[in-house]
Structures are given as C-alpha cells and as structure tokens.
Design a protein around this ligand. Structure first.
Ligand SMILES: [Zn+2]
Length: 180
C-alpha cells in the first residue's frame, strides 16, 4: 500500500517533470496565445469597466487603435448636466479634441454596455471599425431604461458603414456594477 502510493507519487512527479521539460516550448506558445487572447478584447474591456466603475451611471468606454488606448470615456450625464454624455460619446469627444476625426476610422471601441442608438449613430458617423461590448441592451434593460434597438439594427440600417460587432465580453462584470 505504502509502496504503491510512493510509486504513484513518483509517477506523478515524473509526469510533471517530463511535462515541464518536454513541453516547455509548447507551453510557452500556448501561454503566449492565451495572453494574446486576454490582452485583446478582455484586456481593453477591463479598462472600459474601470471607467464605468467611476462613472455617474456605470457605463465606460475606451477607443483603441493599433493596440493603444487613444481615448477613454465614462458616463458624465450628471457631472456635466448633459444627458448625451454617455461613455461612448465622451470617449469620442475626447478623441476628436486631441486628434483628427479621420483617425477614428478603423479604430475599435470597447464599451461596458451595448451602444444605444444615439451612440451607435455617432460610431457609424465616425467610421469606427469595430465595437466590442459587454452587457447587451436586453441585459441592460433589466437594470436601467433602454431604447430597445440593438447596435446591430443601427449598423445594418447604415449600408455605407461596415462595423464588426462583438458582444458579451465580461458582461457579468458590467452588470455587477449596477449593484454597487
Ligand atoms: Zn449611448
């Protein structure tokens, strides 16, 4: 019994060491891929969520181009006495305050909540190439009033624009901000 256990332990160790030795390059590659995924959408979504956590209403956004954050925004409706100061609008306004609007073309906007029709309209007019959102309008509507029109519906109504949409990235964390 004792011996069997020792043998099992020895086998486990051998497997572990063997794996570490033989599998190191493969594991490094796998780790690199995992990091690439995390450093992609989730990485930037966490920044949008951090903005949302500081906002008047828990909505935040970041605009990213060439892997760099170019502008950040959070809902400032109350602070600025401006009901249009949604996270996405604030990020866009900050972007164009510092850079030519033409540089918005092809950027990616990360937002903690699916863009409302106002923000999605602005995103279309700005030529933003991709939108990644956390909570969907359906999910947000369980927390706060929403205009029940999806960002996809707005994008599809603008045949001149081509916008890639990705939803559901860290949506549970975005929704949890409403409970704080
Ligand atoms: Zn909006």
């Amino acid at each position: 019994m004792k011996r069997d256990r020792r043998q099992t332990l020895a086998n486990l160790l051998a497997v572990g060491l063997g794996g570490a030795t033989l599998g190191a390059p493969g594991r490094a590659r796998a780790e690199g891929m995992r990091m690439a995924t995390i450093s992609g959408d989730e990485h930037f979504m966490r920044m949008a969520l951090a903005e949302a956590a500081e906002a008047d209403l828990p909505f935040g956004a970041v605009i990213v181009g060439d892997g760099k954050v170019l502008a950040r925004g959070r809902n400032l409706g109350k602070t600025t006495n401006d009901p249009t100061a949604h996270g996405e609008m604030v990020a866009i306004r900050r972007f164009v305050a510092e850079r030519p609007a033409s540089e918005l073309k092809g950027t990616t906007l990360y937002t903690s909540g699916e863009p409302c029709p106002m923000c999605m309209g602005a995103i279309v007019w700005c030529g933003i190439g991709r939108v990644v959102f956390a909570a969907s309008i359906d999910e947000l509507a369980t927390k706060i009033g929403q205009i029940m029109l999806t960002s996809r519906a707005v994008a599809d109504a603008a045949p001149f624009a081509s916008i890639a949409l990705t939803g559901g990235v860290l949506s549970a964390e975005a929704l949890a901000l409403f409970s704080k």
